[in-house]
Design a protein around this ligand. Structure first.
Ligand code: 13P
Length: 255
């Protein structure tokens, strides 16, 4: 089944509003043609209005937030609600990134609550999962991924799944320069798809796009993206530079 590739930049806590405008200017200069892929930029909250403004002239690039609150509104100091994200024209939200899980203590239950809240306002989900090196070495890869998927997606409907991309990001490959081999990544992706099939059925699983994340660079994008179950990439460090993000797209998605 054809699945349109989806490549997303995750800037993490890098760039402010002015660097955001510079990035988009430089990115537009390179991309005169439309890509045969969905392109998403996940910027810090504070950059989203500037990004929205800059992207007005750019066809086919959408915005994502990197997180959202699981609550509607009220006394939650420092939080950002899904309704606020909609007001600044955000279309996607990353939920469950390993940095949110490990540094900010987000559990599968919290991640599940955030995903449900985001779907209430129609946000599309980029749902991150992945194992640590200790878990992989202890033979727990499948157990970790399946519980992250089952608990993370609990109560989400088939329609919600239609608006969900899973990002498989092995924690040991994030920001380390160590990429999973194409074989390791393909194996994990095929397993993720089989878990989704066991919950939602084979057809839904075949439609679902699964991104790989973890030290994706211009020089490894093509090999990773050529794997049958890899439908895109979630890119951290190498997405901060417009040229490098552009090269990943160009190399990863044949025109
Ligand atoms: P790096 O590409 O810097 O390894 O980060 C991957 C990531 O965490 C994207 O969400």
């Amino acid at each position: 089944m054809y699945r349109r590739p989806i490549l997303a930049a995750n800037w993490k806590m890098n760039k402010g509003p002015s660097e955001t405008q510079d990035f988009v200017k430089s990115f537009i200069q390179k991309s005169s043609e439309r890509f045969s892929a969905d392109i998403v930029i996940a910027a810090p909250f504070l950059c989203l209005p500037a990004l929205s403004e800059s992207l007005r002239e750019v066809d086919g690039v959408e915005m994502a937030a990197q997180n959202c609150s699981q609550f509607d509104d009220g006394a939650y100091t420092g939080e950002i609600s899904v309704k606020m994200l909609r007001q600044v024209l955000v279309r996607h939200v990353i939920i469950g990134h390993s940095e949110r899980r490990s540094i900010f203590g987000e559990t599968n239950a919290v991640i599940n609550a955030k995903m449900k809240k985001a779907r209430e306002v129609g946000l599309k989900l980029i749902f991150c999962i992945g194992e640590t090196l200790e878990e992989r070495n202890a033979g727990q890869l499948e157990a970790v991924l399946s519980s992250q998927i089952i608990e993370g997606l609990a109560g989400l409907t088939l329609e919600d799944l239609d608006h969900t991309v899973i990002a498989y990001e092995p924690v040991w490959a994030i920001g380390t320069g160590v990429t999973a081999t194409a074989e390791q990544a393909q194996e994990a992706h095929a397993y993720v798809r089989s878990v989704v099939a066991s919950i939602y059925g084979e057809e839904a699983a075949q439609k679902m796009r699964i991104q790989y994340g973890g030290s994706v660079k211009p020089n490894n994008a093509a090999e990773l993206m050529a794997c049958p179950d890899i439908d895109g990439a979630l890119i951290g460090g190498a997405s901060l530079d417009a040229q490098s993000f552009f090269d990943i797209i160009k190399n990863g998605v044949p025109a």
